[in-house]
Design a protein around this ligand. Structure first.
Ligand SMILES: Cc1cc2nc3c(=O)[nH]c(=O)nc-3n(C[C@H](O)[C@H](O)[C@H](O)COP(=O)(O)O)c2cc1C
Length: 328
């Protein structure tokens, strides 16, 4: 085990400078968001989950999900699948994007995804993960990670046998979202399972990094998770929404510093910068609409922000954001 809490990570043939990552977040981790996360100190970023079926058919919407931010010198692409039939073709479509790592989603609880057998439903099909990991590695030569949950529900907590199936296929990293599928995103994540998974892989002689996800809401949570579980790294998810500097703050804490949270002025600057990145990517009106949920997250917990949020509900222009935020 590494003595330092903040340290580089080796994932197969890939080395990442640090162990504080941004998790895939469907509907959030687009190019502007990942640009902010990189500026905010994320050591590795992932696309939203991308359908293998959509990719193999070269669906336009699917292809835009794969775009890389100029700041992403390294990035991971997350795929979801229910069969390996279209996988070779999808990987060929993916090749021009040159991802550094491919992650397989085995955690999504959304019925639209699980009813096909993808996302967390894959946990009921360990033979499929072994096969999928093997095919991706053979065809691309890239490192492959698997993001899983504890299991489908409390009766089927098979994260260890499922992890073994991924390792049998040659998985180079595992990320455990420490909840079952039936728990969704609450109650509290069971961090004890992260320690158990780490112990399991070490005792099995596997040198793959184990990452943890679940209830990383504040910068200090990264330190708590690493100290309490002995795992190798963390993936911030909801904690990064409306707080893209959470990565550098967490890293400072892991290195023994006491960073200050962003001031209101810094938050205002951050929101406008985020909006500008969105405008460059989507155009003004679409960006102003899509930015509303982000703005609400930036303003969460700030006293007297209700009026600002109210003003932004209708905002369609950058200028309206600028004026609404003057009072922050
Ligand atoms: C809106 C939303 C979208 C998500 N999309 C994905 C996804 O595309 N792929 C994935 O593996 N996990 C996804 N997740 C799960 C997160 O990556 C993370 O594992 C989970 O939110 C637990 O971490 P947290 O409690 O710190 O938020 C999503 C979660 C949320 C809330």
């Amino acid at each position: 085990m590494n003595d330092e809490l903040y340290h580089p990570v080796t994932i197969g043939n890939l080395t990442i400078a640090g162990n504080v990552f941004l998790a895939p977040l469907a509907g959030y981790t687009d190019v502007p968001f990942r640009t902010l996360a990189k500026e905010g100190g994320a050591d590795l970023t992932f696309t939203e989950m991308v359908s293998v079926e959509g990719l193999s058919r070269e669906g336009e919407k699917t292809m835009t999900l794969l775009e890389r931010s100029p700041l992403e010198l390294q990035y991971g692409v997350q795929l979801f699948l229910y069969s390996t039939d279209s996988l070779p073709q999808a990987l060929d479509m993916l090749a021009p994007f040159s991802p550094d790592l491919i992650d397989i989603n085995c955690g999504c609880p959304v019925p639209k995804v699980t009813k096909t057998g993808a996302g967390s439903a894959m946990m009921s099909n360990p033979a499929l993960i072994t096969k999928a990991v093997r095919i991706i590695k053979d065809r691309t030569g890239l490192p492959v990670s698997v993001k899983l949950r504890i299991g489908w529900d409390q009766q089927r907590r098979n994260y260890l046998t499922f992890s073994q199936a991924a390792l049998d296929g040659g998985a180079d990293m595992l990320t455990l979202h420490a909840r079952t599928r039936s728990q969704g995103y609450a109650p509290s994540a069971e961090w004890g399972t992260l320690a158990t998974l780490k112990r399991y892989t070490v005792e099995g002689g596997y040198a793959v990094p184990i990452f943890g996800s679940g209830d990383l809401f504040a910068p200090i949570d990264a330190k708590r998770m690493l100290q309490e579980t002995g795992i190798d790294g963390v993936m911030f998810a909801r904690g990064a929404i409306g707080n893209p500097t959470i990565f550098s703050q967490a890293k400072a804490i892991l290195q023994g510093q006491e960073p200050l949270p962003p001031s209101h002025t810094e938050i205002r600057t951050q929101i406008m910068h985020h909006l500008d990145l969105m405008i460059a990517h989507y155009g003004e009106e679409a960006a102003c609409k899509a930015m509303r949920k982000h703005a609400a997250a930036y303003l969460k917990g700030i006293a007297r922000s209700a009026a600002i949020k109210q003003a932004l509900v209708q905002a369609l222009k950058r200028e309206e954001y600028r004026v609404a935020l003057v009072d922050l």
